[in-house]
Design a protein around this ligand. Sequence first.
Ligand code: GLA
Length: 628
Amino acid sequence: MRLFLLATSAALALTSAASAREIDPLAPSGRWSANTAGQAQTPPMGWNSWNAFFTDVDEEKVVASAKIMVDSGLAAKGYRYVNLDEGWWDHRRADGRMLVRTDKFGSARTADGATSFKPFTNRIHAMGLKAGIYTDLGRNTCAQAYGPNEPNLPRGSVTEREVGLWGHIDGDIRLYFADWGFDYIKIDGCGLRAYGPDSDTVRSGKYRALAPLLDLDTVSRSNIPAVRRQFAAVAAALARYNPDGDFLLSLCIWGSANVRAWAKDVGNISRTSDDITPDWGRMLTNFDTSAKRALYAHPGSWNDPDMLFIGKGDFDADHLTEARSHFALWAMINAPLLIGSDLRKTPKPLMDIFGNAALIAVNQDPGGHQAVVAYDTDDLQIFVKTLADGTKAVALLNRSSQPLKATLTAAHLAFRADAAVELTDLWTARRSSFTRETSLAIQPRETLVFRASGKRELADGMYLSELPGDVNPAVDGVTDPIADPTIHRAISPWEGTHGGGSRPIYAGWGGAQADATPFGRQLQIAGQRYAHGLGVLANSRLEVRNHNYRRFTVTVGIDDSATEAKRPVTFAVYGDGRLLATSKPIGRGASQRLDAPIAAVRILELVATSPGATNERLPIAWADAQLR
Ligand code: GLA
């Protein structure tokens, strides 16, 4: 009886701790909550059919590109996924089974007409590669809505043309993974966006209505919890039908529904913007949607600014400067490296770009730290990425149409100014060195990219902001998502100058930042500038993986840019769920140094609370945060 009582009260204590956490997301959990399921310890590399062929895809084209990936040596350098995009399906049979378009994928033909992609994935696997498939979270697809005259759209009756996952998550995922043997799935969201009762697609009588859950232009019109639930159901089905864990979930809702803040908890890669096109301005837009989200990318889950468009338009063989920039930038921000060109026709200079082993190594570095902005203007940006061995990769991007002179300093790299910094150019392998600073000429649209080694400012440790892959903003304090106004607004490749232009649409403004406030300013507390630290809103909880450091020190305070003058914030540091250090309640204009012993701690949590505060008015700083 007594035992029973004890057990019951322990269970009660557990339940109330769990429900306390449900009620209070700021309560320390002692665990890392970002996604680690699936195969994305480093960003995926491979090839996808869309940018090369759009819906005009067939088996010969895909297998030929796969073969060239192997024969050219790209596969040996890490490119291994061969991904089908839209255009593979025929229709959904009355019993729910999806059928492959066998006039395009001949090997999928079966005697009973049920079709199977198994021979195709066998072929891809036999080449030592992995195979990816494509679907939609709704009933219908993107091309059905936006490319009604494209080839290879699904055929048949209204319901037969409903090829998306809606109502079929379990059956489709089982078919694609357990039966057909795919390893990767990209899931689009057009079915949740383009089939409202008043849409032309539905009015045409060809499609059933589905009340939209997504609105790309207006975050308040998206049903964020409902979209998350759908993806969570897919993730659960993927785990169910891949007991070996060999799957990859790619979310493709183009930065809508505030996905730039939560995809890290659900899938392996997530599109942060609408589609890339082979235009310099558009590439900048896509890059910008991921480039300042370093804290939202970790081993297991990466920002996806869309596939490479090297091979066409501004990134073809006549534009090697732009093509190299595109590749270097994707490498620096840990973007998936998914080739989008027809490899049968890709000229050697472009193949050489895909094959740049030094840049691939930067992208695939096991540390998993996305580059952080070290210098920021509309014309020139400097990005610095910490590599697992403590050296850095640094990229200087000339976004403008003018040649520029840039000064790179040791401080940009968190290296000491009194010791030599060695640079290796990752395009030419040329080596150079400088002390304190160096002046570099950068051509229009050029990205200079180097590997850099030097004496670290912190001889026996790291600034926490050098390690964004080890920081997870479990709660970033953003209560009402706001569109990010800092993303490049290119002329729309589809609408040209019709309408009112490209307005800010991608929510995420106010998210956690490395070496900046949530609104992109330099960190400053009580008049003192800090080059290093984490900026986040109050009422936030950051999870930090500790790789054998013994001591954590930090200066905490409300950032001087806060418009809230009266409300104090309390800062607390936890280690595996236990309180290690806490501040007094601190008002704007004051700071406090905290010092926490963290030997043997696995997960640190940094919690900043200010009950009842209007969050967007209270940016706070974990300034000069150091791990030693
Ligand atoms: C959307 C996606 C693209 C591609 C197409 C296919 O536009 O964002 O990447 O998959 O659908 O129709």
